[in-house]
Design a protein around this ligand. Structure first.
Ligand SMILES: *[C@@H]1O[C@H](CO)[C@@H](O)[C@H](O)[C@H]1NC(C)=O
Ligand SMILES: *[C@@H]1O[C@H](CO)[C@@H](O)[C@H](O)[C@H]1NC(C)=O
Ligand SMILES: *[C@@H]1O[C@H](CO)[C@@H](O)[C@H](O)[C@H]1NC(C)=O
Length: 321
């Protein structure tokens, strides 16, 4: 399987709109060869958290998770996340959250994403990208030592079979979906102009994180841009009184424009990263366009209530039973 197909299926499964799941990396577009990644290491926020926030803070109650996993799955979603489809497509098990101490198995990677996290420190929680990368470094050195100490026939934990093989770290796929909370938190505390001004600093922190991983031997990076957060129900609810802020889909225009600007800068940053990290393969993945297309054409994809909460209520708004 080559990575073109990975991108196709990835988009197809997750968003039902494969053709909009555009990889717009431009340069460096040679196929990655086979996609035999033995592991995935993921960094991010709730868009790709498979159980960290649930383990760290609790929350996420029934009925989250019932439709696919049959019970609470630790995801801020009823079904699977993009990262779940990615692991499925690579024939790997779902990623265990690094922070989840119960039933975790890290033989094919680990997930450092935590719901609410941002790239820069000082956002909604402590688990900013720099900390996630620090946790990764600890994980890598600790599992390397343990892996070499353990034998295959241990009768009690830790089991060697639940640890990553040391040689797999440099062959793994490193994925990112983070930045949305930097923008959201920024907008709650600053003007739009200020947040735009802060973007280069946010992105330089992002680059630092990637560089640390690169220096540790990471070579293949898969970077999601930030989604149209102006289309989140919570954004819509706050802007209901300001109809002039809403586009034809009910999404909050200024917020989406901010995401656009951030993505423009992120894409530039990726181009620079390719020069600065010559041995890396870096993919910039346009998740924004895919999500926005899905929202625009929701009715063609079934009766999706894209601007409503699936269940429960938020200050009495949009309760769908
Ligand atoms: C779902 O999990 C809860 C505890 O988190 C448990 O009480 C319940 O029995 C589980 N339901 C099913 C169907 O497994
Ligand atoms: C377990 O493995 C160790 C070293 O790999 C070996 O010396 C030992 O005999 C094995 N024990 C059993 C019960 O197979
Ligand atoms: C961890 O997962 C791998 C791959 O799915 C499996 O082969 C291994 O037996 C698991 N280890 C434990 C201790 O469950």
């Amino acid at each position: 399987m080559n990575c073109r197909r990975l991108i196709y299926v990835f988009g197809c499964l997750n968003l039902l709109v494969a053709y909009t799941f555009i990889e717009v990396s431009g340069e460096n577009n040679a196929p990655l060869g086979t996609c035999n990644f033995p592991a995935i290491y993921n960094f991010g926020d709730s868009n790709s958290d498979t159980g960290a926030a649930f383990a760290a803070f609790t929350g996420m109650q029934h009925p989250y998770g019932i439709s696919f996993f049959g019970n609470i799955s630790g995801r801020a979603s009823d079904g699977r996340l993009i990262v779940d489809f990615l692991t499925e497509e690579l024939k790997l098990p779902y990623l265990s959250a690094y922070l989840n101490s119960v039933g975790s198995n890290y033989s094919h990677g680990a997930n450092f994403a935590v719901g609410g996290s941002s790239i820069c420190p000082g956002g909604y929680n402590q688990f900013h990208l720099g900390l996630q990368v620090a946790q990764f470094l600890h994980f890598k050195s600790h599992t390397n030592i343990l892996f070499n100490q353990l034998s295959d026939n241990e009768t009690e934990p830790p089991f060697k079979s639940s640890l990553p093989r040391p040689e797999d770290f440099s062959k793994a796929l490193y994925t990112f979906d983070i930045g949305q909370n930097d923008l959201a938190f920024g907008l709650q505390h600053n003007s739009m102009e200020k947040v735009i001004k802060l973007s280069p600093e946010i992105l330089s922190q992002f680059f630092k994180a990637v560089q640390i991983l690169y220096n540790e031997g990471a070579r293949v990076f898969w970077i999601h841009n930030t989604g149209p957060s102006g289309c989140l129900p919570i954004s819509y609810i706050y802007n209901v009184p300001n109809k002039e802020n809403l586009d034809a889909n009910g999404c909050v225009k200024p917020q989406n424009e901010l995401a656009h600007e951030f993505n423009r800068q992120l894409k530039e940053q990726v181009v620079q990263m390719r020069t600065k990290l010559p041995l890396a393969r870096i993919k910039y993945v346009d998740v924004y366009t895919a999500k926005y297309e899905l929202i625009t054409n929701a009715r063609n994809h079934g009766d999706l209530q894209v601007l409503e909460f699936c269940c429960g209520s938020y200050y009495g708004y949009n309760i769908v039973s």
